[in-house]
Design a protein around this ligand. Structure first.
Ligand code: IVH
Length: 719
């Protein structure tokens, strides 16, 4: 680097002149291109991922201040194509299967026996012949499918329901472990490579630390973080998340040259993929068990989460003979590890106030490493749970981190209980500034702050919920910012968020806010001024209404103003009939708007009443109307069902395995015929189609006296 370039490289972005910025931009772009080449083509990076990320971060910063420098050759453009508004659907050429699990040695033995019996039946396998299994660590991430045409990466998709996934190509292109072009010989012309996107624990912790510093909510575990990062609508954000990829399977492969799974893994490496090094070809059940123990012992010190070991029959002709049952191959199994545990000291029990005022006790722990992730907090759920566990402040406790849950406290260690412990007393007053009395609900399990809409803790929580990922998802406006803005009077109600762009000068005066971060924040807010109806409904935080019900409401009412009018009308009707509406019959008599609401699948009396109570609060309605004025809420195009559609107004459930068609195809057909398809059987269900090996849903249907059809009858009915 020249002296002048060194001087520029040491400058802060805010200190540069445009000329200096231009030089620095070129230097960074060249350097990134150099490292990309080393990484992708030579498999031999010379700098750490973190150092690489810093280069990209700086480049982005320079472009943020000098947008005129962005050109099509900039690495920020290359890996991060234009943001998409939603993900397109991709149909997998071959379904993406899942795996059966074995948790015990008996279950594992069952797998060995089934494979042997199957092969003896289907081939001329001799009773004493070896069945080699390819054994590999089971990576705890999310599976994806990458399509290559003549060795070029074209489309990448999530698993979705196994048949159809979401097109996340732009995001996958930002992952450096995924080659854009395959090298070496023998690559199938049309090729789906399957594998796991994951995040290393260290990267997860660093990202989380940054998240928290930026006022955002911490993520639960590396797997969820990886999944969330991959499903970002803006590939720039995905690019800033350190995602990795291991390849381990295939879908379509024309022509396929390999005959065994272990051979395939070697080829993957030749073609430029990362393949997990923890794999071994085992020839006997004893070797398999030894491999499981070995990987289990290594598990805590691995840089990423694994949740078991996968065994696959190595010979592909044998795999084909064994085939599949429903969604899982008969030739493979996942042998799971138990959840990871650790011991630590319970320093204190804190009380958290949720957005509906519910008080939750939270364990404040001496930070401890649980299988590679540092845990300092764990939920204790409620007073009963603390009683049940008999944990006391000062205790040594055992905690567990299972793949996809918040850490849990399993109990205390009796031998290590100190002489002096403190029994937890549930507070009688809310820790909020109003110090309102705590009320018990639902048989005393839930305790709530009685401050309602006035309680500042609840107000902050509602705002936090409002900006969270499944609601308005405002990047750069995290929980801590919300709290600070709230405390300083910059924000009180959701509508205030959309007035922040007028308060730029005030925000800039605050510590930690610079030109760039304020500009980004305002851009993020402006981007959300247009929002889908279901997000809008979810974000308001109506009691008992979550993401799924918000979607149903959006479907039913289609338009925000129509929805609001109907909610107000329903609340009015309900107020006129204040007596308890216990019986469904009585519910229908409340009024047209109430009836329409209550008749929506999954709503019913309890939810409808909670919604009516919510919409009878004048104050609440004012807040929603104020918010509404700031936004463009996108209408939902409703499915138009012809008046003579044979299954119009029918609610249909499919259960069990269908043999003549996929579940998706059957659902689509039912919808074409005017039916609404749902997943759970209730009194409102009109028809249940029962396939092979159906379980509880079929039982429930017959208990409720709902009409059931066999697959054959369904085929006849649906044509
Ligand atoms: S093979 C037909 N191999 O585990 C077999 N899966 O529980 C397809 N997974 O959906 C899967 N590591 O997301 C396979 N080495 C590995 C794996 C693996 C992780 C995941 C994958 C799959 C899930 C099933």
């Amino acid at each position: 680097m020249s002296r002048a370039a060194k001087v520029v490289a040491a400058l802060g972005i805010d200190e540069m002149t445009e000329r200096q910025a231009r030089a620095e931009h070129k230097r960074l772009a060249d350097e990134i291109a150099h490292h990309d080449k080393l990484y992708h083509e030579k498999d031999d990076p010379e700098i750490s991922d973190a150092a690489y990320d810093r280069l990209r971060q700086r480049l982005k910063g320079v472009e943020g201040r000098f947008p005129q420098l962005v050109d099509m050759f900039s690495p920020t453009q290359r890996v991060a194509p234009t943001p998409t508004t939603a993900f397109a659907k991709v149909r997998h050429a071959r379904p993406m299967l899942s795996l059966d699990n074995a948790f015990s040695d008996e279950e594992l033995q069952g797998f060995f026996d089934r494979v042997r019996r199957g092969l003896e039946r289907e081939t001329d396998l001799r009773p004493d012949a070896e069945i080699a299994l390819s054994c590999e660590a089971k990576i705890d991430g999310l599976s994806i499918s990458l399509h290559y045409e003549d060795g070029e990466f074209t489309v990448g998709a999530t698993r979705g329901d196994g048949t159809t996934g979401e097109d996340v190509t732009a995001n996958l292109k930002t992952i450096r472990d995924i080659p854009h072009k395959l090298k070496g010989r023998g690559v199938p012309k049309a090729f789906d490579v399957r594998g796991e996107v994951y995040m290393e624990r260290k990267a997860f912790e660093e990202l989380n630390a940054r998240q928290v510093a930026a006022g955002e909510k911490a993520y639960v575990n590396p797997r969820n973080t990886a999944a969330g990062s991959l499903r970002q609508l803006d590939p720039e954000i995905t690019a800033s998340r350190p995602l990795r990829f291991f390849a381990y399977a295939w879908g379509e492969a024309e022509p396929r040259s390999w005959k065994t799974h272990s051979e395939y893994l070697k080829l993957l490496k030749d073609w430029g993929f990362k393949v997990n090094p923890l794999s071994k070809l085992c020839r006997t059940p004893d070797q398999v068990r030894a491999f499981y123990r070995k990987i289990g012992a290594e598990r805590p010190s691995l840089p990423y989460d694994i949740d078991g070991v996968v065994y696959k029959v190595d010979r592909i002709d044998w795999q084909e003979r064994l085939g599949f049952v429903s969604r899982a191959p008969r030739w493979a199994i996942a042998h799971k590890f138990p959840a990871e545990q650790a011991r630590t000291r319970l320093k204190d029990i804190l009380i958290q106030v949720g957005r509906t005022g519910a008080l939750t006790p939270v364990a404040d722990l001496e930070p401890v490493n649980v299988g590679g992730v540092v845990v300092a907090r764990a939920s204790l759920h409620n007073a009963d749970e603390i009683e049940r566990l008999d944990v006391r402040v000062g205790d040594m406790v055992t905690i567990q981190r299972a793949g996809d849950v918040i850490p849990q406290i399993l109990g205390f260690v009796p031998e290590e209980r100190p002489k002096k412990t403190r029994k937890f007393q549930f507070p009688t007053h809310c820790p909020c500034p109003l110090k309102t009395k705590v009320q018990s609900e639902e048989g005393g399990v839930v305790r709530r702050c009685s401050g309602g809409l006035e309680c500042p803790f609840q107000q902050v929580e509602r705002l936090r919920y409002f900006v969270s990922r499944n609601c308005f998802d405002i990047e750069g406006l995290g929980g801590t910012h919300i709290e600070n803005f709230f405390n300083d009077g910059l924000l009180k109600v959701p509508g205030d968020i959309f007035r922040l762009p007028k308060k730029v000068d005030e925000i800039k005066k605050r510590e930690g806010w610079g030109d760039l971060s304020v500009r980004n924040l305002i851009a993020a807010i402006e981007q959300r001024r247009t929002i889908s109806l279901d997000r809008f409904i979810n974000a308001i935080g109506i009691p008992l209404i979550g993401e799924a019900t918000a979607k149903l409401l959006a479907q039913e009412y289609g338009d925000v103003d129509a929805w609001l009018a109907e909610m107000l009308a329903a609340a009015k009707e309900r107020k006129k009939k204040p007596d308890e509406v216990k019986k469904e019959k009585a519910a229908d008599e409340v009024g047209a708007s109430y009836g329409r609401l209550y008749n929506i699948e999954q709503i019913g009396v309890t939810t409808a009443d909670a919604m009516c109570a919510f919409f009878s609060e004048g104050h609440t309605v004012d807040i929603i109307k104020d918010l509404r004025k700031q936004l463009t809420v996108e209408a939902v195009t409703r499915r138009v069902v012809a008046a003579d559609a044979p299954l119009k107004d029918k609610i249909v459930v499919f259960t069990g395995e269908l043999s003549s068609m996929t579940r998706d195809a059957a659902k689509a057909r039912a919808e074409e015929l005017g039916a609404k398809v749902t997943d759970s059987v209730s009194k409102k269900t009109s028809l249940v189609v029962v396939g092979e090996n159906a379980g509880s849903k079929a039982r429930k249907a017959s208990e409720l006296g709902i009409q059931t059809l066999t697959e054959e009858e369904w085929v006849k009915l649906s044509g």
